[in-house]
Design a protein around this ligand. Structure first.
Ligand SMILES: *Cc1c(COP(=O)(O)O)cnc(C)c1O
Length: 430
């Protein structure tokens, strides 16, 4: 029997990433409220938000500190346009993010969602080349199974068939290159493929876009920092921009504030942030870039400027939330994350010997494994079974992953392991 709110939702709300005909059998779960890592339904049942509400939530739901920061801003200045005006939360946020790159990425452009940041970076890369007399550099390179969002430009550099295929006739052509996957040990091969493409096409290529360390939507596909270092060298050698899409992996998720820091090399030309930057409270995205890119737009000629905008660009409430997120990192969040990821690793270690799973892997606060024999509609069955164990989790294909809020202690880690194991026993009995 369908809950009344779910019924009204199916009648009035077109749900994202959902075949609505199937949603009749699998209606959305009505959530009444959130507190910490837990979501509560209207019957008083609770669910641990193991995927961090699509990777946005960092400190739990209804976090006191973030809420206070937003409320203060709400009573001061909720929003003002950022063309011709400016405000303290946006300026402070841009300055603080620049400082986190040692000033290397000192120019911050504001978008609203992750996909809008991807569009901005693609346009800025192309336009900066064009302003420097290189309008022929108009091609982009992305990695196999990479994901960068659903708008037409972002989808063109996305290689996930289920999201992309229907719109393929509308998309610009991007080069798709083998991606490194630590499960396959193919890093050298992936770099060789990238070198071959750049050697042949660099005169036409504006930028390479990658998800550093973890390709999220591909199914938490991980690679070593050494790939990023080599990729930075290749893009320098061939005069091509490098765009680091840290929309999912930024904000401490992989162990450092920016995943890129682990590459131990020069910064990329662009870093994109969204998702966790407001701790899961408000939509905001940012494109950080270099003096070199910025200078290419500097001119008396208006049309050489970056004439791009979104109505809510640099929204003051969202910037206030993001500043409150950065306060946590200034106060030692990364050290806490090191301990929390160790607790997760310890709790899930026994799973490595489970014959039903393969490739247990972890990078910071992302833990994943693959099912050997997932069977029909595994993700859906796992999701439904997990709910009966107080766990809200959505596998990607045959990959089960945790991307929890940064609220893991020994008891929570033990709970998560027990709930995942019980779900596994329901869905794939030994
Ligand atoms: C989620 C995501 C995006 C798109 O962000 P939206 O806010 O959903 O538009 C882009 N790139 C990566 C790596 C993502 O994980």
């Amino acid at each position: 029997m369908m809950n009344e709110l779910a019924r009204r939702s199916l009648d009035a709300v077109w749900h994202p990433c959902t075949q609505m005909a199937r949603a009749e059998q699998l209606p959305p779960l009505p959530i009444a409220r959130g507190e910490g890592a837990w979501l509560y339904d209207f019957e008083g049942r609770r669910y641990f938000d193991a995927n961090g509400s699509w990777w946005v939530n960092l400190f739990g739901h209804a976090d006191r500190g973030l809420n206070e920061a937003i409320k203060r801003q709400l009573d001061t200045l909720p929003h003002v346009m950022l063309a011709g005006c400016t405000h303290e939360p946006a300026v402070r946020l841009a300055e603080r993010l620049s400082a986190r790159t040692g000033g290397a990425l000192g120019h911050c452009f504001f978008g609203s969602d992750g996909a809008s940041a991807v569009e901005i970076a693609l346009k800025q890369s192309f336009h900066s080349w064009r302003n420097r007399g290189r309008g022929d550099k108009r091609e982009f390179v992305c990695l196999k199974n990479g994901y960068h969002g659903e708008t037409i430009g972002a989808l063109a550099v996305t290689d996930v068939a289920i999201f992309r295929d229907a719109y393929d006739p509308l998309l610009m052509r991007a080069h798709i290159v083998e991606s490194p996957d630590s499960r396959l040990g193919n890093e050298a091969q992936a770099l060789a493929a990238m070198r071959a493409l750049l050697a042949e096409r660099h005169a036409q290529i504006a930028a390479v876009i990658v998800e550093p360390l973890v390709q999220g939507a591909a199914g938490m596909v991980m690679h070593a920092p050494s790939y990023l270092k080599a990729l930075r060298e290749l893009t320098r050698e061939f005069g091509v921009h490098l765009i680091a899409d840290e929309i999912a992996v930024g904000c401490g998720r992989t162990g450092t504030f920016f995943a890129w820091e682990q590459a131990g090399t020069e910064w990329p030309d662009f870093i994109l942030l969204s998702k966790g930057i407001t701790g899961g409270t408000l939509p905001l995205s940012l494109v950080l870039t270099t003096d070199e890119v910025y200078r290419a737009f500097w001119s008396e000629d208006v049309t050489r400027g970056f004439l791009h905008s979104h109505s809510y660009t640099g929204n003051a409430l969202a910037c206030a939330a993001a500043n409150a997120v950065l306060d946590r990192f200034d106060a030692g969040q990364l050290e806490a994350n090191v301990q929390q990821s160790a607790l997760l690793a310890e709790a899930f270690a026994p799973l490595a010997d489970d014959a039903r799973i393969v490739k247990l892997r972890q990078r910071g606060m992302i833990l994943a494994f693959d099912l050997k024999n997932p069977g029909e509609r595994f993700a859906e069955r796992f999701h439904l079974a997990a709910r009966t164990h107080e766990l809200l989790i959505r596998p990607i294909g045959a990959t089960v992953y945790l991307m929890p809020p940064y609220l893991i202690d020994a008891a929570t880690a033990a709970f998560l392991f027990k709930a995942v194991l019980a779900t596994l026993d329901d869905v794939c009995p030994r």
